[in-house]
Design a protein around this ligand. Structure first.
Ligand code: HDL
Ligand code: ZN
Length: 416
């Protein structure tokens, strides 16, 4: 056990980097699935290159119509992304860099810039062994999925069997229920829930039955929803009624957290499809109101706007039933992860979960965590060096304890 001396920043840096490098992570929000999920698992170079972040960046350089791009086969889309963002100009964006970090960590020679060679490597992989390889390389122990019963592709899986791979835990995603009730009602009725479009007492009890049954069916860790910048609560809207009459009572009854991902403006450019969403500053009063008026409900919250981050930290200082997590989506860039993690450690200490990957393609676990570990380790080192300067010398064991908390144990403790 290395002992530290005042001002011993090199040793602190080494100890922090080692602890962060070795910690087995719980990734609390992703969009990846076990390979048994009937084709929902995305992996390999062509899925990496057609990640919606890269499609948005590619289309900025092309005259081609969006529909023309979408009509291309995936390999052709991938080749267009590769040529546009990697060959015709340097791949300096975070999403481009991520593809190269992933290839490099897999042992491929990125200097050759040989897309066909990379394709041959992935073609040789057996998917179940490759899933193991990615979890080993990224040192991720557990991922929480995004599970949407209203997604026909996924529903089929759950009706056939229960999820067996313990590395993949479920989260019940409620965007369809809460944000497009008109499409949810016919499906709920089809599944035998006696709901109507009016949020009357029967519909309320049937929606609560749906929530409890699905939380059990998929053994969900939490319920989640993404919400617009305009999200208001309390609110007489259908969403406001469903949250107050159904979701919050179910969260209380089951002790499952309600995860609110606030600030996404859906389909600002519809032609970009999944890549078409944007961001807006939300009203922090809503988070304050919910935490204050529902003290026995646990809220996981991440916000998409950089401008919401400081006030979110302040609200978390007021309410212990609020657990702040992640540098979500447009915030998952080195400059902002650094800024936000620093702010959170300074305001919240270790009582938060600094990052999730949001990976949509399995192999992204490798780069998203390689990049985030580096930044979080840097920020943590600065904080411990500040401590050491006072004469308070953290031991290696204490650093490992703190790192384990940030990369999963805080989350599991909060979830209970
Ligand atoms: O709503 C969400 O869970 C977001 O993460 C979206 O899936 C978004 O498209 C995304 O992949 N962000 O990283
Ligand atoms: Zn997501």
């Amino acid at each position: 056990m290395a002992e530290l001396r005042p001002g011993d920043s090199t040793t602190i840096r080494d100890l922090v980097w080692k602890a962060v490098d070795e910690v087995q992570i719980t990734d609390i929000h992703t969009h990846i699935y076990p390979h048994t999920f009937d084709g929902l698992l995305l992996w390999g170079i062509d899925d990496l290159l057609t990640y919606h972040y890269l499609i948005a960046e590619t289309m900025r350089y092309l005259e081609m119509g969006y529909e023309h791009f979408w009509a291309l086969p995936k390999r052709a889309q991938a080749e267009l992304v590769w040529r546009t963002l990697f060959i015709e100009r340097s791949p300096v964006s975070e999403a481009c860099r991520g593809v190269l970090t992933t290839l490099e960590k897999l042992g491929l020679d990125v200097s050759k810039r040989d897309l066909e060679a990379y394709r041959r490597f992935f073609a040789e992989q057996k998917v179940d062994e490759y899933v193991d390889k990615v979890f080993e390389l990224s040192r991720v122990k557990t991922v929480v999925m995004t599970n949407d019963p209203f997604d026909d592709a996924e529903l089929g899986y759950w009706s056939k069997s229960r999820q067996q791979d313990e590395r993949f835990r479920a989260a019940l995603r409620l965007d369809a229920l809460l944000n497009s009730w008109h499409t949810a009602v016919p499906k709920l009725q089809e599944w035998g829930y006696n709901v109507g479009f009016d949020i009357n007492s029967q519909t309320v009890s049937e929606v609560r039955r749906f929530l409890v049954e699905w939380l059990n069916q998929i053994n969900a860790v939490y319920m989640a929803v993404s919400l617009p910048p305009s999200f208001a609560f309390p609110e007489g809207s259908t969403r406001g009624q469903l949250i107050s009459e159904c979701v919050l009572p179910t969260a209380r009854e089951t002790c499952k957290p309600f995860a609110m991902m606030i600030g996404v403006k859906k389909l600002t450019n519809p032609a970009l499809r999944l890549a078409g969403d944007s961001v807006g500053k939300a009203n922090i009063d809503v988070v304050e109101y919910l935490c204050a008026n529902y003290p026995d409900v646990k809220f996981l919250v991440t916000m998409l706007s950089r401008e919401n981050q400081h006030e979110l930290c302040v609200v978390a200082r007021k309410f212990r039933n609020l657990h702040v997590f992640g540098c979500w989506w447009f915030l998952n860039n080195p400059s902002l992860v650094d800024e936000i993690t620093r702010m959170r450690l300074e305001l919240l200490g270790l009582s938060m979960t600094p990052q999730h990957s949001d990976a949509r393609v399995l192999d992204q676990l490798i780069y998203k965590w390689a990049h985030s570990r580096r930044i979080i380790a840097d920020v943590l080192t600065d904080k411990y060096v500040d401590l050491a300067a006072t004469g308070w010398l953290p031991t290696e064991q204490e650093i490992r304890r703190d790192v384990a908390a940030l990369f999963g144990e805080n989350f599991w403790r909060f979830v209970g």
